[in-house]
Ligand binder design. Structure first.
Ligand code: BGC
Length: 454
């Protein structure tokens, strides 16, 4: 019973769940505009500010770690509800909070929500998508993240004049309420129901999403003896390559420097000579807009061209952009080109860098991580990969300014370019093409061994 037309219900359910991605993007980026006012009003030291910025990442990495277990145990839908509670409480806390401690608690709770959402949103969507459209549907999550980032930049910009930082944080409550209400209208995923032996319910939901299913394969999980799935199963020979690929893609997505641009682009623009705050803000908004537009392009291409080719093109583009930016800083420090030129090159290369990220590592890393693991431990395995993503994010955000101090702008961007080359090598050697494949076909691939799908 292979039906190929994409049901509207699948698009609606995916979009509701993707609001979790929007909250991820919004809540993690809104701080960039708010921190200035918070620190003025509360008289914060640099260390206090760093704590307020980084406590969210700590929450997120803990959230990612527990999110997978929650999803495997209680289901994808109920884990989405838990995430939503964190977003609701976190944003209210930040809206009313007036002390350093309240802000820390609010940011930590929101971080937990972001971490859990980063696991369960792609997981949920992957499990309700037909293989032919899975790339675009799961990447709705990445699209929502980028829209969340852009709206955060805009809200910060609009509320900056009156220094309304409570409202900047509080705005996140609105999408969280929509997500909460929306969740009552989406069902648990059919694969999760099947894995728990709820056969009749699972079949109803498979049919509601017009998903073809191999009865023997899907219900196999529930028929297995009820042993507790142990973490060590992740190291089983058949799953290990998938574990490494998930970890690799997650880590490379971060250590090629994306969040130095997302979190610090005004500062990078100022280094390059765009000293006026308005010019730097406008250039930053430009980064946000290009990020959204190129992610839409990725959604369109991802099920046509495939994941590998996008990763390869994207990584080559990212390496060239970073290399050119590093070179421009170098030439300017040796007085071979004027500061004005560095400014222009910085704008062009950061835009091209973000564009190439948006068609490759941005959406594809999340997508592949949601496709490659076997059903019984899919949540947990994703949780580990995504935990690594947040740890790397934290590490890069923490070290960027120090790297600039020690290696200079040239050395720092060259370093990210070299890491990009390693990422390219990793993709060429290891990452399989999962376009159009069912979950069962992907699992068979691990048994047959590499090369087959590359
Ligand atoms: C990454 C985030 C990043 C965002 C930028 C996501 O895929 O995980 O760390 O800020 O893309 O668009």
């Amino acid at each position: 019973m292979t039906k190929t037309k994409l049901p509207i219900f699948t698009i609606v359910a995916s979009s509701i769940v993707a609001l979790g991605g929007f909250l991820f993007g919004y809540c993690s980026s809104v701080i960039s505009g708010a921190i200035l006012f918070v620190s003025n009003q509360l008289n914060l030291t640099t260390f206090d500010q760093e704590m307020i910025v980084s406590v969210l990442l700590i929450g997120a990495l803990i959230g990612a770690f527990i999110g997978g277990t929650l999803a495997d145990r209680f289901g994808r839908k109920y884990t989405m509800f838990i995430t939503t509670f964190f977003f609701l409480f976190g944003t209210v806390f930040l809206f009313v909070g007036d002390s350093m401690v309240e802000l820390l608690i609010g940011r930590f709770i929101t971080g937990l929500g972001i971490g859990i959402a980063s696991v369960v949103v792609p997981l949920y969507i992957a499990e309700i998508s037909p293989p032919k459209h899975r790339g675009a549907l799961v990447s709705l999550n990445q699209l929502a993240i980028t829209i969340g980032i852009l709206i955060a930049y805009l809200v910060d910009y609009l509320l900056a004049e009156d220094a309304l930082w409570h409202e900047m944080f509080g705005f996140g409550f609105i999408p969280a309420i929509f997500l909460f209400i929306g969740l009552f209208f989406v069902p648990e995923t059919p694969s999760f129901l099947a894995s728990k032996g709820k056969k009749e319910k699972a079949i109803k939901v498979f049919e509601r999403f017009k998903l073809a299913y191999e009865e023997k394969e899907v219900f196999k999980e529930a028929e297995k003896p009820k042993e507790i799935v142990r973490w060590s199963h992740l190291l089983d020979k058949a799953i290990r390559p998938a574990l490494y690929i998930g970890l690799g893609l997650s880590i490379f997505q971060q250590i090629t420097g994306i969040n130095t641009v997302i979190y610090y682009s005004p500062r990078i623009f100022q280094f390059s000579g765009l000293t006026s705050a308005t010019a730097a803000t406008l250039a930053t908004l430009g980064v946000g807009i290009i990020n959204v537009i190129m992610t839409i392009l990725a959604l369109w291409l991802i099920d046509k061209l495939g994941r590998r080719i996008l990763l390869i093109i994207g990584l080559i583009g990212m390496v060239i952009s970073l290399g050119t930016l590093g070179m421009a800083f170098h030439l300017s420090s040796a007085h071979h080109i004027s500061q004005e030129w560095v400014g222009i090159i910085a704008v062009v290369t950061l835009m091209s860098y973000i564009s190439f990220f948006a068609i490759s590592l941005g959406p594809v890393a999340w997508l592949i991580i949601s496709e490659i693991y076997p059903l019984g431990i899919r949540g947990r395995a994703m949780g580990i990969a995504i935990f690594a993503n947040w740890v790397s994010n934290y590490f890069v955000s923490l070290t960027f300014l120090t790297l600039l101090e020690h290696l200079g702008t040239t050395g720092t961007f060259f370093l990210y370019a070299v890491i990009g080359l390693f990422a390219l090598w990793f993709v060429l050697r290891r990452v399989p093409e999962t376009k159009g494949k069912t979950f069962e076909e992907i699992q068979k691939f691990w048994k047959k061994g590499p090369k087959e799908m590359i």
